[in-house]
Ligand binder design. Structure first.
Ligand SMILES: Cc1cc2nc3c(=O)[nH]c(=O)nc-3n(C[C@H](O)[C@H](O)[C@H](O)COP(=O)(O)OP(=O)(O)OC[C@H]3O[C@@H](n4cnc5c(N)ncnc54)[C@H](O)[C@@H]3O)c2cc1C
Length: 469
């Protein structure tokens, strides 16, 4: 029996890992192979190391509150290699009106959990604070229609919170447009808190309690994020090493998949035809759509409805002697009202230990997303100039970087826009027609690494069960 996976990103690799485990546990004889378009595994995860630097070209950490990534590390025997972010630097800044502002202590994505600290904050105006705190006495919404992040935040907390926090922080995670992102698809716990406790602020303090949210923590809950001393590629390498019989065909894009008499047939770029019993499509949903177009137009059309945004990561290394030090903290997010090209930047060498030799700092800048679509057309030298200009505005840095790297991620971030949950339900119902076909990846239920891992694990169990029963 043969199972083929298309795409060697974290979800495809996870599917291979769990299939290998199931194969061994059940004494079955399953051959596993992966076709990967590029010359390496990992997809959006890629670490470059050398000369004492650990540079994350894509994702740089994962959240531990969603259990699937930590569970995978435990099974791989690498959980003890996980490293946490440096607690002493756990601060997120928001650039507003040309100044760097700290989020008040205990600010939880869009709502304060520490009211006293919030009241003292100089970041929000008195009027803004009053409106945000009024949230506690507003009636919960009775309508169950999908609602955008923007509408949810405006309704509960007002304009100031949307502009200063929700757009750059939450919209930034999804590189999305808050007027399009579906609140129930990206932050269902906030919708549930409104319904259950009558108020998000009450829900946060009653459900989680102040003690559960670190007193100094704010923003994107950085304290719950982990990586490895040699970067996130340690995870993808460990998966590959754990499956000695796994065949990964690099530089092998699949162009089409079709039902065959006993399973599925794949067509490679070069026109080769490959037979397999079962198939997991672990690439972006628009690629799965393209692969299936001649087999199932309905499913292909649904998959193509999930929209994506593009982004660029620029890692810059500065010699400390040449630039004033960056503020203590993990990073800065930049609202769209600031009219900059960089939408967020993180100080990699503050966030994790041993990312750079002592005399150097690494700054990771993000560009792109829903509000900066044209950035992908810019050349590398134009991008570098835009980044240096923004770094000068933000941190008064005039010096040239010691080195820099630019990585492009075209159409890499799925947008869980209004109607996403219903669309996903339709896709899941439609694919049930094919018991030996599964989808996995960040398009199907969660955009981060833990969710992508869950989706690879679920696909493995589903296919294994259907193939062996
Ligand atoms: C810049 C950036 C930073 C991020 N930072 C974080 C972070 O810090 N923490 C976090 O939790 N999440 C982060 N994310 C999100 C997270 O990295 C991704 O959701 C996750 O890695 C997606 O994994 P995946 O396997 O679904 O897809 P991908 O990583 O996109 O992998 C899909 C693979 O399929 C291959 N492929 C595509 N088409 C074909 C084809 N026709 N034939 C064969 N192979 C094909 C691709 O080459 C790729 O290797 C980030 C994403 C980006 C883009």
């Amino acid at each position: 029996m043969k199972i083929t996976i298309i795409g060697a990103g974290i979800s495809g690799l996870t599917a291979a890992y769990y299939l290998n485990c199931l194969n061994k546990e059940n004494n079955t004889d399953i051959e596993l192979e992966i076709f990967e378009k590029s010359s390496r595994a990992g997809g959006n995860i890629s670490t470059k190391t050398g000369k004492g630097f650990v540079i994350e070209e894509g994702a740089d950490s994962f959240i531990t509150s969603k259990p699937w990534a930590v569970e995978l590390c435990r099974k791989l025997g690498i959980e003890n290699k996980l490293i946490s972010t440096n607690d002493s630097n756990r601060k997120t800044y928001i650039s507003f009106d040309g100044k760097l502002n700290e989020l008040p202590e205990g600010f939880f994505l869009m709502a304060p959990s520490n009211i006293e600290a919030f009241k003292k904050s100089l970041f929000f105006t008195d009027e803004g604070k009053k409106r945000i705190l009024e949230e506690q006495s507003l009636e919960p919404r009775s309508d169950e229609e999908d609602e955008s992040l923007e509408s949810f935040v405006l309704r509960r907390f007002g304009t100031e919170l949307l502009e200063k926090v929700a757009q750059p922080l939450i919209g930034g995670i999804y590189t999305g447009d808050p007027s399009k992102l579906s609140i129930k698809s990206i932050l269902p716990e906030f919708v549930a808190m409104e319904q259950q406790y009558g108020s998000v602020i009450k829900g946060i303090s009653e459900k989680y309690g102040l003690s559960k949210i670190s007193k100094t923590e704010s923003g994107a809950r950085y304290g719950m994020f982990v990586s490895f001393s040699n970067g996130l590629s340690e995870l993808t390498s460990a998966i590959i090493e754990s499956i000695p019989d796994l065949k990964i065909h690099y530089n092998s894009a699949i162009e089409e998949v079709a039902k065959s008499e006993n399973g599925w047939q794949l067509r490679t770029e070069c026109g080769d035809k490959i037979e397999t019993d079962a198939l997991i499509l672990a690439g972006p949903s628009y690629i799965s759509s393209k692969l299936l177009i001649n087999t199932d137009n309905t499913l292909a059309s649904l998959l193509n409805e999930i929209k994506y945004e593009s982004s660029i990561v620029v890692n810059l290394v500065f010699e400390k002697k040449n630039c004033p030090s960056f503020p203590e903290g993990f990073g800065v997010v930049i609202p769209k009202t600031e009219n900059m090209n960089v939408i967020a930047c993180s100080f990699s060498s503050h966030k994790f230990s041993n990312r750079a030799p002592d005399n150097y700092e690494i700054v990771r800048c993000f560009l792109g997303g829903a509000f900066h679509k044209n950035i992908m057309e810019f050349s590398n030298s134009q991008i570098l100039n835009l980044v240096l200009k923004d770094l000068d505005t933000l941190f008064n840095i005039k010096s040239e970087p010691y080195s820099f790297d630019i990585y492009r991620y075209p159409d890499s971030m799925p947008q869980y826009n209004l109607g996403y949950s219903e669309l996903l339900a339709k896709i899941k119902a439609e694919i049930k027609k094919y018991p030996l076909l599964a989808l996995s990846g960040n398009a199907y239920g969660g955009v981060g690494i833990p969710d992508s891992i869950k989706s690879g694990k679920d696909a493995a169990h589903y296919i294994f069960q259907n193939l062996t029963n």
